[in-house]
Write a protein that binds this ligand. Structure first.
Ligand SMILES: Cc1cc2nc3c(=O)[nH]c(=O)nc-3n(C[C@H](O)[C@H](O)[C@H](O)COP(=O)(O)OP(=O)(O)OC[C@H]3O[C@@H](n4cnc5c(N)ncnc54)[C@H](O)[C@@H]3O)c2cc1C
Length: 386
């Protein structure tokens, strides 16, 4: 892998995280998934080494870096077979939003814990009746004295069971119709009226997805993150990191699958030469490698723009990076499974379950089609059909 675009610190971080990932690896993940438990050990160790809070401000215990560094961490853990999905949510979205827009009190309360891994935060925006159209979200906050009462439903929210709180995207009562005017609330896991049902997913991953029911959840005034009127800006500040990190997730998984396939193609021999010498096997693997490298380039661009404070430029690049990485991941996994023939479907080789897992990078947090829509309208100026 070429690293010319990265500083020596970045390369050292990559190598150190790769070494940590190797110590855990796919076997660890498979055991955690089989036992229905969580990645607590890896999460704690990665945090202790400063990797989970690498993007958070130094004054709150973080590493003072940005998305360039955090995406390296997730990519390398994924490439080792042990990605931490909650990194997309806890330090990347929630950590960023609180660091950029939270009150001093919120920063004190959450950032040191998010950085050292003792606190985790989930993020809930998706609603059953809104889906990709987040303008239709109806989770509503109404004032009751100085408190807020939050009511609504969310779906597919990851990790709510292990998260100390969930950052919920709602809208205020007086902004219920018209253009989305979101506001963000920190809802503690055990808040009264905050119910969750685990969704039965066909996914082999330690992180579970939940439907959430918020029934007049009473929250103090300080549960509102930042400013009620600047919600959209705050939301976008969190969504770009989310896209960059999903790209890292996809690239890591794609690299892991490709690595397994290459290893197999080098040694598996059914005619005179290893199957990797047949171009029908070699070329799709080479294409997968190229696609993963190209998506990393776009991810690096997005991270750089974001870390430099260009939210608009980062928006386009982060969408493109997430699209490219999602597609590259799906294709790499598909080709890896195929390369292993029947072994591609055995539990022993462990690649088949990635077929489903890789699709997450295409669907979430914003689907392939919604990115193509974004590029059609925003980048190319084409008219909208919806
Ligand atoms: C494993 C997993 C984890 C997740 N974690 C979280 C989380 O932590 N927090 C959270 O809030 N959400 C989470 N999500 C939800 C995720 O962000 C949504 O699934 C995603 O945004 C798509 O929404 P939807 O499922 O409602 O699909 P829909 O919006 O119903 O879309 C269905 C299909 O229609 C297509 N489509 C819709 N509109 C258009 C259009 N205008 N043009 C063309 N095609 C269109 C879509 O591309 C898609 O293929 C998670 C999802 C998964 C699978």
């Amino acid at each position: 892998m070429s690293t010319v675009l990265e500083t020596e610190e970045h390369q050292a971080l990559r190598a150190a995280v790769a070494a940590l990932g190797k110590r855990y690896g796919r076997d660890y993940m498979t055991t955690v998934i089989r036992e229905g438990s969580h990645t607590h050990e890896l999460w704690a160790e990665a945090a202790k080494l400063g990797y989970l809070g690498v993007n958070l401000p130094e004054e709150y215990g973080g590493g003072g870096g940005g998305m360039a560094e955090l995406s390296i961490v997730l990519e390398e853990l994924g490439a080792a077979g042990s990605p931490l999905l909650m990194m997309i949510v806890s330090p990347a979205i929630c950590g960023t939003v609180i660091a950029r827009f939270g009150t001093d009190e919120q920063k004190q309360k959450w950032l040191p814990g998010l950085a050292d891994g003792t606190l985790t935060m989930a993020f809930g925006i998706t609603e059953p009746d809104a889906g990709s159209n987040s303008h239709r979200i109806t989770t509503t906050a109404r004032r009751d004295g100085t408190d807020w009462l939050l009511t609504g439903r969310k779906v597919f929210v990851s990790g709510v069971d292990i998260a100390d709180a969930t950052l919920i995207v709602g809208r205020t009562e007086d902004a219920r119709s018209g253009k989305l005017k979101p506001c963000l609330f920190i809802v503690p896991r055990d808040a009264e009226g905050f119910g969750r049902n685990q969704i039965d997913m066909e996914l082999h991953a330690p992180e579970k997805q939940f439907e959430l029911v918020l029934d007049d959840v009473r929250l103090p005034a300080e549960a509102l993150v930042g400013d009620e009127d600047a919600g959209l800006l705050q939301l976008f500040a969190g969504l770009n990191p989310e896209r960059i990190m999903t790209a890292a997730f996809g690239i890591g998984m794609g690299r892991f699958a490709l690595g397994k396939a290459v290893e197999y193609a080098r040694t598996r021999q059914v005619w005179k030469a290893p199957i990797g010498s047949h171009q029908a096997i070699a070329h799709p693997l080479a294409t997968a490698h190229i696609d993963l490298e190209l998506s990393r380039l776009m991810m690096q661009k997005a991270a750089r723009l974001y870390d430099d404070g260009d939210d608009i430029g980062a928006g386009e690049a982060a969408n493109m990076a997430k699209y490219a990485a999602g597609e590259a991941c799906v294709k790499a996994v598909d080709q890896a499974v195929h390369t292993l023939g029947g072994n591609g479907l055995t539990r022993e080789y462990g690649l088949a379950s990635l077929i489903t897992a890789s699709r997450v990078a295409r669907i979430a947090p914003v689907s392939r089609e919604m990115i193509l829509n974004y590029v059609s309208h925003q980048s190319l100026g084409l008219p909208k059909s919806y």
